[in-house]
Design a protein. Structure first.
Length: 445
């Protein structure tokens, strides 16, 4: 946006595009606002390696306003030009395939998938495979909500007929029969199950458990629900990036759809928090909440969800305790005392000396004793506190071996609240993600 500049999600989108090795066209929106500053946005983009064409670079930047329509025609022209340069072509007569953009469970129509066709023509009645699920195209609706019988390349469509909800990014392919579709889906599911059983390169559950038992690491358990698969992936991705050396985040369940009674029961049994993104509670879940005391939090903005998880992590931590020296006194004389044996005649060099607080005796830079101030007097009068610049008599718990020149450091243990800034966001290693995505070969493209 021309008024906000480059935001964290902008940088993430840039990294995604670079990882996919695709060209980037920048649309600078809200150009109609009084505080719009497109040059500042361009400078920020240039700092990220996206130098605008008018500045001598190769990144197209278009000023637009989604509100007034300004610049939209120019943006479309640049997109078409870029497509022509890349020679993006498709054959409507080839075997049809496309990609799932979003997916969700429609309570009235079943599994729904938003698909963009990239090759061939997808028709109602086709047998299809999408990732690890399959089905037959029962109905399709275009971007204006109109029912259509067939879809050609580059057209987005909302598709119904799959047995289960696919995942965003799954490839949708047309096959010859229901039997072939089922066999392909079952084969992929078997491969995915085998991959899930393989050990991951991360801390083991046994080690986490041992840390928790030793009090070294705590665990924040989460149940995550979202309206569509794409939203769920984004939330889980953001949560998995959060890290703190003292707390482990465990997503014990994730799914698409409203929060159900089974989600409440799972959270209650595992002492987890339910985080819902663009979802509501089913009536049965509301009834279950009256029985089970479960923390359910609903969000429409992902940053609010992440911030609350950070605060929950901080809430699990013990405050930082540290020692703060509040006063130093120098021993200048020693006196015998019937009750204490020996007391030190002192001069308070800095701060204040307070009765009852812990202290240490420092001699030639070395601590020779630690104890507590048990007697504090000035001119035969008992005092609770002696300020800087005054003389006093000091008695210390279990210590009588005072020497001239000793320093008595009086300190207090103070507690510091923990801050959300302690929760770090793990950097994204795009190369590793690209390697991991090699499993997409399972789609059979």
């Amino acid at each position: 946006a021309a008024d906000d500049g480059v935001m964290p999600q902008t940088i993430e989108a840039i990294n995604h595009a670079r990882a996919a090795e695709v060209p980037i066209i920048v649309a600078i929106n809200k150009i109609d606002k009084p505080n719009a500053n497109p040059d500042r946005v361009k400078a920020q983009l240039a700092a990220l390696g996206l130098v605008p064409v008018e500045w001598g670079g190769d990144t197209e930047c278009v000023h637009i306003s989604a509100l007034t329509g300004e610049g939209i025609d120019e943006l479309l022209e640049i997109i078409l030009l870029q497509a022509e340069i890349m020679e993006l072509k498709a054959d409507p007569k080839a075997p049809a395939w496309g990609v799932v953009l979003e997916a969700e469970m429609d309570q009235w129509r079943g599994a729904a998938a938003s698909v963009i066709v990239q090759q061939g023509t997808l028709r109602r009645g086709d047998h299809i495979v999408a990732g690890c699920t399959y089905g037959r195209v029962r109905s399709m609706f275009d971007d204006k909500g109109r029912q259509v019988k067939e879809v050609t390349p580059s057209m987005p469509v909302r598709l119904y007929g799959l047995a289960e909800v696919p995942e965003a990014g799954d490839m949708v392919e047309v096959v010859r029969s229901a039997k072939e579709a089922r066999e392909i889906a079952e084969q992929r599911r078997a491969v995915m199950n085998e991959l899930r059983r393989q050990p991951r390169k991360r801390i083991s559950l046994e080690e986490i458990f041992q840390r928790i038992q030793r009090g070294e690491q705590k665990e924040l358990r989460l149940v995550v629900k979202a309206d569509v698969q794409g939203s769920l992936d984004a939330v889980v991705f953001a949560l998995e990036r959060l890290e703190h050396p003292e707390v482990n985040i465990a997503i014990i369940h994730q799914g698409v759809g409203n929060i159900s009674e089974s989600d409440i029961m799972l959270a209650a049994a595992s002492e987890a928090i339910i985080m819902g993104f663009n979802v509501q509670l089913d009536p049965s879940a509301r009834r279950a909440l009256q029985r089970d005391q479960v923390d359910v939090r609903l969000y429409q903005v992902i940053y609010g969800l992440i911030d609350d998880v950070k605060r929950a992590i901080i809430g699990m931590l013990e405050p930082i305790r540290r020692e703060e020296v509040i006063g130093v006194a120098e021993v200048r004389a020693t006196f015998g005392a019937a009750r204490l044996g020996t007391v030190a005649g002192c001069y308070v060099q800095s701060g204040r000396i307070v009765l009852g607080l812990p202290c240490r005796i420092v001699r030639n830079g070395q601590v020779v004793h630690e104890g507590r101030i048990i007697s504090l007097r000035r001119f035969q009068e008992d005092r609770e506190e002696i300020p800087e610049g005054m003389e006093c008599g000091v008695g210390i718990e279990n210590f009588t071996d005072f020497q001239i020149g000793d320093l008595i450091e009086v300190y207090a243990t103070v507690e510091e609240a923990r801050h959300v800034e302690e929760v770090r966001e793990r950097p994204v290693h795009w190369e590793a993600l690209a390697t991991a995505s090699a499993s997409d070969d399972l789609h059979g493209r």
